[in-house]
Design a binder for this molecule. Structure first.
Ligand code: MN
Length: 244
């Protein structure tokens, strides 16, 4: 049986970011792919480019699922705000590409696993906004893009949610490195996990049980934490089942 093929949107790396390479590159941290691989999925790496809604739907027609991973901040102008000083690394073409993919995936009811930045992209794609910098007001969520910047904190899962069913636990200590969170929740999203400080850590999408969206990084602790690995397992299982 063929492995479910999972479209995975990549980081765009500018020239000079890869040692000895003169040219720009695309990249995905292998920790995500390891978790996907253990679940039985096969990644296909997508390079963010300009794309129309029709092209996004055509592109996703090749795949059994869509994985959106972490990354730099979403351009705040997309959700109607000016950037605060701490916004970093904005790559507008990746924002627009992933927003188009999210909308197309929902239209197609394609299984979607959205992690960290991906989870924020989902909210923005559906009309919500982000709190641009939480780190001073809500410490303990880690520092993105920094070596050893991950911090462990507990998340509390809504009992009557698909996420609780998938993870099989109501509380989990997991890995975080985010300085932003969902602010105004998009219409059609429902909060299904929070941090002890009340911040939103996971959402469900009404009428879209094929979507799992988490603010933390399940891939970081999945090798040793079955509850975190089950997030990938459930995603790949659903991708296999919805494969034509
Ligand atoms: Mn957190």
């Amino acid at each position: 049986m063929l492995k479910p093929l999972i479209a995975t949107s990549a980081y765009l790396l500018p020239a000079g970011r890869v040692g000895k390479w003169i040219d720009p590159a695309v990249a995905i941290p292998t920790v995500y792919l390891d978790a996907l691989g253990r679940a039985g999925g096969q990644e296909a790496i997508l390079r963010p480019t300009e794309i129309t809604p029709v092209e996004a739907a055509d592109l996703l027609g090749h795949f059994d699922g869509l994985l959106l991973i972490g990354g730099p901040d979403v351009d705040p102008s997309i959700y109607g705000q000016g950037a605060v000083e701490t916004v970093y690394g904005v790559v507008r073409v990746r924002d627009d590409f992933e927003i188009a993919l999210v909308r197309a995936a929902l239209d197609l009811s394609l299984p979607l696993l959205a992690i960290c930045r991906g989870h924020q992209v989902l909210n923005v794609a559906l009309g919500g906004d982000l709190d641009q910098h939480i780190s001073d007001r809500f410490p303990g969520h880690g520092r993105p893009g920094v070596e050893n910047g991950a911090e462990l904190h507990e998340i509390i899962v809504e009992p009557a949610s698909r996420l609780a069913e998938i993870m099989g636990v109501r509380r989990s200590v997991c890995s975080h490195h985010h300085h932003q969170v969902i602010g105004r929740l998009a219409e059609g999203l429902r909060v299904v996990a929070r941090a002890p400080d009340g911040l939103i850590e996971a959402v469900d999408v009404d009428d879209h049980p094929e979507v799992t969206s988490v603010q933390w990084h399940p891939e970081d602790t999945a090798p040793d934490d079955p509850a975190q690995q089950r997030i990938f397992d459930a995603f790949v299982t659903l991708s296999r089942e919805s494969s034509p």
